[in-house]
Design a protein around this ligand. Sequence first.
Ligand SMILES: [Zn+2]
Length: 123
Amino acid sequence: MDTCSSASKYSDEVENSKNKRKVECMYCNSTILKSHSAQYTNQQYALPLMRQKNATSPEEAETEELDEFWEVDDMFTFENIGVSHTVKNTKFLVCADCETGPVGYHNITSKKSYVALSRVKHV
Ligand SMILES: [Zn+2]
C-alpha cells in the first residue's frame, strides 16, 4: 500500500485539519465560512459543473470529480449559504448572494455539508 501523500495544491489552506483562511464566494466575495470553522476532508464526489452546457434537468447534469472538501457538521456554521435544487438525499449549496454554484452539497441523511475547495476562494 503506497501511503505517499500527494501534495495537495491546497495544503497551505489547511491548518490543524481546519480551513486556515476565510472561505468566500469566487464571484461576489460573500463570506461562506469563517476561518477555522470547517474540517478538511478527502473524498470523491461528482459535483455538477457550475455552468451546464447541455443538461435539461438536474438529474442529467454534467459533473466533475472532486476530492477536496471542507466538511461542515451544522448548517448554522455557515456565514452565508444558499441551497438550490435537491437530488435524492442531496441538496446543492450555492452562494447566498449571487446564487453561483454549486459550491458544494448537503447530505440530508447525515446533515453534513461539504464545500469544494476548488469552487471557492480563500482569503
Ligand atoms: Zn456569490
